[in-house]
Design a binder for this molecule. Structure first.
Ligand code: G6P
Length: 715
């Protein structure tokens, strides 16, 4: 999915080459999110423009990977040696939504093709872009791309010119406010302009954006004040403007109806940010990194500030100012903390593995352990989830729990629904976020809505979260990415602590989500005496899981051979499971589809006879989950239905289980036995490995499968 990276240096000399390298490296760290094009913009040279001297700009962009962009920079023979002591560069990886992945649609986009006065990069979708485009076309702007983003760049120039005409030279953040006032939809956005050398504005709504700060000097305070408008003044100006938006004012001439930035607003430039003053109150050398993802900032600095929706981060003269695009509401925070990221760079590197996905599969003994670390007292069978503790009494009283998620995260909800219901005795429904929203499903104040997401940024899940918040439900986040929109917007929650997941196909996040949800169910029911034995059994089971996963990972050689010898040339694959293992079957099928591009389907074993059996013959490969639990006899009956039709299933069973006479089974993959509700944690590992090796054998770019993105931040 799209990624944003920006770099500003102040009183730190950098050559253009170093600046470009920084931008490209930032984009490389965003590659895991999935994208189809990349681009960047930096300053060029001072040129004469009439009587004025302006800094022209250099935009390089191309469809394809960041390495193609890197080569293009070399091919375009861009001068690397000019030195800048203050410069703002912006860059982007694009995942096509409006218009195909071709050069004109890549970001950055510019306001005009002659001078490129304003340059923007944008994540998200501008939903009213057609109307804006029509309007801007009518005002003489010429569009170069099919994107929704380009109208943002044009709007900057449009408002800039209108302000100038009215005799006001607007501050960049004031201009940004005027532009944002016109936009509907979601955005993470950076803008630079030669009218504002060395400056950048970054803003967000429904799409993440953070600012990393690097300086050798100690920051005076670890927060930045939010600079609010005077509400009355803003309302007055809006009334005077008479335009809630350009489009509403379509019939009147903007040139006559437009009210420029109030000259007084420009005085904001004189305000000093306490955070960026040195001891002697002099400006200090500083570098800023703006990004949609902490993974691209961490190698430079751990000091970051997460922007809130409607924040405008304005960076100039070595200072970071936060303005608001909306008026102040009661109780709104007046500061943004500068936080310290706990992530290490080596946590996001590949290590000895060929792919991130392989690394992440093999990390599961550690990642599952980390999910439980400090939260389970194994000796006394007590689970403590700090982020939920205060809310447990309310959740216990709720009338139902709705779990809402997408993709793999949805499967982790399905996998744990049954143990949730068993332990809590609260009805639980599991919803795909998009379908939940499509149905405008009823939600009540006494509902608890649990949002599960690796990234915490998935657009459908975030929209569903907003929908539930609006209806007064209690919202809980089960999230991997600290500081993500979802972890900040939910009332309470649990970080799954799986560490950064880079491979598009989610693996370690699944097992950690699974465990976090089980711990959640255990915490909710820890006051129930009748459940004590079951609790102890599950907690003992959880303690062994990391070691047992290690054992399952030893199956890799056998699985590699199975993929090589038997599965490579197949076109389709069925996965059969029931009870706890239905979710494993669905998750296995999803992994195989997304990574190896082989059609595969997870089938509820009980439904076999209602249709799918028609597909079974001696050729169709089938994987059946037949580990021991109360439904084992029923699963065996499904396997017999398959073998009776000459099917030769691959059976995932418990160690030493003489499952069925060997000549009827193609192969068994034996996994250790655990408590029924945890068995899915072990059973999913072989199918993760199968999908990985099928993809490798087929020469597929495992970490970046075609058409897919790690974090889907559009609806
Ligand atoms: C994308 C990813 C999937 C992921 C899904 C939900 O489709 O490719 O791997 O399961 O989004 O993402 P989330 O970050 O909300 O768990």
């Amino acid at each position: 999915m799209c990624g944003i990276f920006g770099y500003v240096n102040f009183l730190v000399d950098k050559s253009r080459g170093e600046i470009i390298d920084n931008l490209i490296e930032g984009l490389q760290r965003l590659e895991y999110r999935g994208y189809d094009s990349a681009g960047l913009a930096v300053d060029g040279k001072l040129i004469k423009d009439g009587d004025e001297e302006i800094m022209n700009n250099i935009i390089v962009k191309t469809p394809g990977k960041v390495k193609v962009l890197k080569q293009k920079v070399i091919d375009d023979k861009i001068n690397r040696t000019d030195i800048f002591d203050n410069h703002a560069g912006i860059a982007h990886t694009r995942w096509a939504t409006h218009g195909q992945p071709k050069e004109e649609n890549c970001h950055p986009h510019r306001s005009d093709s002659t001078k490129g006065e304003f340059i923007v990069v944008h994540n998200g979708i501008i939903t009213n872009f057609s109307a804006l485009r029509k309007y801007l076309l009518s005002k003489g702007h010429i569009f170069e791309s099919e994107t929704d983003t380009e109208c943002i760049a044009k709007l900057f120039k449009h408002f800039y010119d209108l302000n100038l005409k009215a005799g006001v030279s607007p501050d960049l953040n004031e201009l940004t406010k005027q532009v944002l006032h016109e936009l509907e939809g979601s955005y993470g956005l950076l803008v630079k302009s030669y009218h504002y050398p060395g400056e950048v504005c970054g803003t967000r709504k429904g799409s993440p954006l953070l600012v990393g700060v690097k300086t050798d000097k100690k920051l005076k305070v670890d927060f930045v004040d939010v600079e609010f408008e005077n509400n009355a003044a803003q309302q007055q100006q809006q009334q005077a403007n008479g335009h809630s938006s350009l489009l509403n004012n379509h019939s009147t001439s903007l040139d006559s109806g437009f009210i420029p930035v109030a000259p007084g607003e420009q005085n904001l430039r004189t305000s000093q940010s306490r955070a960026f003053l040195s001891e002697d109150d002099l400006p200090m050398p500083v570098e800023f990194f703006l990004s949609s993802d902490p993974a691209s900032v961490i190698q430079h600095t751990k000091k970051v500030l997460f922007l809130e929706d409607d924040d405008i981060a304005h960076i100039y003269d070595g200072e970071l100012h936060i303005h608001r695009a909306s008026t102040k509401s009661a109780g709104e925070s007046t500061v943004r903390p500068i936080q310290t990221l706990e992530m290490e760079l080596n946590e996001i590197m590949k290590g000895p593995y060929k792919h991130f996905m392989q690394k992440e599969i093999f990390e599961q003994p550690d990642s599952t352990f980390n999910t439980m670390r400090g939260r389970i007292d194994f000796e006394n069978s007590i689970v403590t989830l700090g982020g939920l503790k205060a809310f447990l009494p309310t959740i216990r009283r709720c009338r139902r729990i709705i779990m809402i998620a997408c993709g793999t995260s949805y499967h982790s909800c399905l996998a744990t629904r049954s143990i949730f219901e068993e332990l809590t005795e609260i009805p639980v429904s599991v919803e795909l976020a998009s379908d939940f929203l499509d149905r405008r499903s009823p939600v009540f104040r006494d509902d608890t809505c649990v949002f599960v997401s690796q990234s915490g940024e998935t657009a459908d899940s975030i929209l569903a979260l907003q929908y539930c918040l609006e209806r007064g439900a209690l919202t809980v986040g089960i999230v991997n990415s600290v500081g993500s929109s979802m972890s900040r917007q939910t009332h309470c929650g649990v970080h799954i602590n799986a560490g950064p997941e880079i491979g598009v196909a989610s693996t370690k996040a699944y097992t950690s989500q699974y465990i976090a949800l089980v711990m959640f169910a255990l915490s909710l029911s820890n006051d129930s005496i009748s459940k004590t034995k079951r609790h102890e059994e599950i907690i003992k089971g959880l303690q062994k899981i990391p070691e047992q996963i290690k054992k399952v990972l030893n199956l890799e050689t056998k699985i590699k051979k199975l993929c090589n010898d038997d599965l490579n040339d197949q076109k389709s694959l069925l996965l059969l499971g029931r009870g706890y293992q239905f979710a494993t079957a669905l998750e296995g099928a999803l992994k195989i589809k997304e990574i190896s591009y082989m059609h595969s389907e997870g089938v509820l074993a009980g439904e076999l006879k209602h249709g799918v059996l028609a597909l079974v013959d001696d050729k169709l490969p089938i994987i059946a989950f037949a580990t021991r639990d109360s439904l084992f006899p029923k699963t065996m009956s499904a396997i017999e239905q398959v073998t009776a039709r000459d099917g030769r299933p691959i059976v995932i069973c418990n160690e030493g289980d003489a499952i069925i006479s060997n000549d009827k089974v193609h192969l068994t993959l034996e996994v250790p036995q655990t408590v029924d509700c945890l068995q899915g944690l072990l059973n999913v590992i072989p199918v993760q490995l199968i999908s990985y090796w099928l993809a490798v054998n087929r020469g597929i770019d495992v970490d970046f499968p075609r058409n897919l993105a790690k974090s889907v931040t559009v609806e």
